[in-house]
Design a protein around this ligand. Structure first.
Ligand code: CA
Length: 446
C-alpha cells in the first residue's frame, strides 16, 4: 500500500501563500493536487501545475528558474507538457519527489520562489487568472459500480424481487465509458436526445431525454500502465494509480432503461462525463486511508487476486462527496445551492486497488491517463443516495427544493455541483474543489 505519512502531511506546517492557511481551504500545503492550466492573458500552451490556496504553481516555470533537482527535476520537466500523461507514466517515486519539492518551495519561510523575478504572475499566478483544463489525454474511461448501496437501490427499481445480481459480491462490475466526451468542470452539458419507450407505449420514439440525472462519483487516473497480456498484482496496484478527482456520470435514465439490456449503458451515458480539474494524489490521501468495509456474515471473501491480505486495513480511502443543485429559479431568488446528498468512499464495496487489479486481470493493458470511475457513491441512508434515480425512486417521488420547486430529474438550466473533502483527527482537511455542470436545452434539429 502506498503513502507513508511524512512531514508533507504535518498539520502544523503553513505556507507563505496566506490563502492556503485559511480554515476550510481545499488546497492547503498538505494537499498540492495537480492539474493542467492555461493563462487567460497570454498566448501560452497549457501546462501542468499544482494548486495552493487561491494560486497555481507553474511547475515548469519553477523548473526554468532552477528550483528543482534530481528526480523532482525530471518530474517537473514533464509538467511542461500540455497534459499530465508523461508525468503519470513516470511512477510513484517521481510523483513523491515532485510533491516533496513543491511542498518545500511553498513552505512558510522559504524564499526561493519570491526571490525570482516576476514570481507573482510567472511562478504562482492567481487561479482566477487561469483556465483549468482536462488534465490528461484520456485514452479509455471505464466506469465501475462499486457501491453496494447504489447497486441495491438502483437494482430494486428494475428488479424488485432480486435487486442485487448474484455476481455482485464476487466481481467488480463495470461498463466501458466514452473518453472523448469527458469534460472539465464548468463545461455546459447539452441535454441529449435518444430513443425511449414510454411505459404505456408499444413503439419507441426519438427525442430529448425526460429523465436526465447526475451520478456523484470519484474518478481514478491511471499512472504507470501495464503491458498488454501482463496483469497487475493487488499488492502493487496502487503504484498504477496517480490520483483522484470528482466525477459526474451524467445519465439519461429513460434512454438507459430501453437500450441497456442486455449489454449495459451506451448512449444513455456517452454524451458527457464531467470531472473536477485538480487530481488529488495518493500521497496526499495517505492520512485518510481506512480499512475496506468488512465482508458481512455470509458474504464471500474476495478471490485471491483481489484480496488485499494484510494491507486490507488501509486499502480503502475516506473521501466525503457531496452533491448540490442550483436551479434558474433559485438563482433568480438568491437561494443558495441545496445539498441533495452526501456519501463516503469508505463505504464502497470495492477499493481503488481492486478496481485497477480487476481491470488488468485478463491482460488488458491500461495506460497513463486512463480514467476509472468508482460508480455512484451512495450510502445506507436516504440522504446518502448519490443520484436522482435513487432519491426520487425512479422519478415516482419528486423531491421538493428550497423555494418550493420540485424535481424528478434535471431541468434545463439546472446546475449540479459536486464537492469532496477528506478529514481525519490530527491532520489538515484537504478538498477536491468542485465539479460543476449546467444543463443546456437539447438541440432541436433531430
Ligand atoms: Ca456511473
Amino acid at each position: 500500500m502506498r503513502g507513508a505519512i511524512d512531514e508533507t502531511h504535518d498539520a502544523s506546517r503553513r505556507s507563505w501563500v496566506e490563502s492556503a492557511n485559511r480554515r476550510g481551504c481545499d488546497f492547503p500545503l498538505q494537499n498540492l493536487p495537480l492539474g493542467v492550466f492555461r493563462r487567460r492573458d497570454r498566448n501560452e500552451s497549457p501546462r501542468g501545475g499544482g494548486a495552493i490556496g487561491d494560486r497555481v504553481v507553474d511547475v515548469a516555470a519553477c523548473r526554468d528558474a532552477g528550483l528543482f533537482t534530481d528526480l523532482a527535476d525530471t518530474a517537473a520537466e514533464a509538467c511542461a507538457d500540455p497534459t499530465l500523461n508523461r508525468l503519470m507514466g513516470l511512477g510513484p517515486d517521481a510523483w513523491s519527489a515532485l510533491r516533496r519539492a513543491v511542498w518545500g518551495l511553498l513552505l512558510e519561510g522559504d524564499e526561493r520562489i519570491r526571490a525570482t523575478t516576476g514570481w507573482r504572475t510567472r511562478l504562482v499566478p492567481e487561479m482566477s487568472a487561469v483556465e483549468l483544463l482536462v488534465p490528461a489525454t484520456i485514452g479509455d474511461f471505464t466506469d465501475f459500480f462499486s457501491s453496494l448501496h447504489h447497486a441495491t437501490n438502483a437494482g430494486r427499481l428494475f428488479r424488485p424481487d432480486q435487486p442485487l445480481l448474484p455476481n455482485y459480491k464476487h466481481v467488480p462490475i463495470a461498463y466501458h465509458g466514452r473518453a472523448s466526451s469527458v469534460v472539465v468542470s464548468g463545461t455546459s452539458i447539452r441535454r441529449p436526445s435518444g430513443q425511449t419507450l414510454a411505459a404505456d407505449a408499444s413503439q419507441p420514439v426519438f427525442g430529448p431525454t425526460r429523465a436526465l440525472d447526475y451520478e456523484a462519483e470519484l474518478g481514478f487516473f491511471v499512472g504507470q500502465g501495464n503491458e498488454l497480456g501482463v496483469s497487475r498484482s493487488i499488492g502493487d496496484a496502487e503504484d498504477g494509480l496517480f490520483g483522484m478527482c470528482l466525477l459526474n456520470d451524467w445519465s439519461a435514465r429513460d434512454v438507459q432503461k430501453w437500450e441497456a439490456q442486455p449489454l449495459g449503458p451506451f448512449l444513455a451515458k456517452s454524451f458527457a462525463t464531467s470531472i473536477s480539474p485538480w487530481i488529488v494524489t495518493f500521497d496526499a490521501l495517505a492520512p485518510f486511508r481506512v480499512a475496506a468495509p468488512a465482508r458481512l456474515q455470509g458474504d464471500p471473501q474476495p478471490l485471491a487476486y483481489l484480496d488485499h491480505g494484510q494491507a486490507s486495513d488501509r486499502s480503502g480511502i475516506d473521501v466525503t462527496i457531496e452533491a448540490f443543485l442550483s436551479t434558474p429559479e433559485m438563482r433568480a431568488n438568491g437561494i443558495a445551492p441545496t445539498r441533495l446528498s452526501h456519501g463516503r468512499s469508505a463505504e464502497l464495496y470495492w477499493t481503488p486497488g481492486q478496481l485497477l487489479t480487476h481491470h488488468a486481470s485478463n491482460g488488458c493493458d491500461t495506460r497513463p491517463g486512463d480514467l476509472l470511475g468508482s460508480g455512484t457513491v451512495s450510502g445506507p441512508n436516504r440522504d446518502n443516495e448519490g443520484c436522482l434515480l435513487e432519491l426520487t425512486r425512479g422519478g415516482r417521488e419528486p423531491i421538493t427544493l428550497p423555494g418550493g420547486e420540485t424535481r424528478r430529474f434535471l431541468a434545463d438550466g439546472d446546475e449540479v455541483i459536486l464537492e469532496g473533502h477528506c478529514e481525519a483527527e490530527g491532520f489538515a482537511r484537504i478538498g477536491f474543489g468542485a465539479c460543476r455542470g449546467r444543463i443546456l436545452p437539447a438541440h432541436m434539429n433531430n
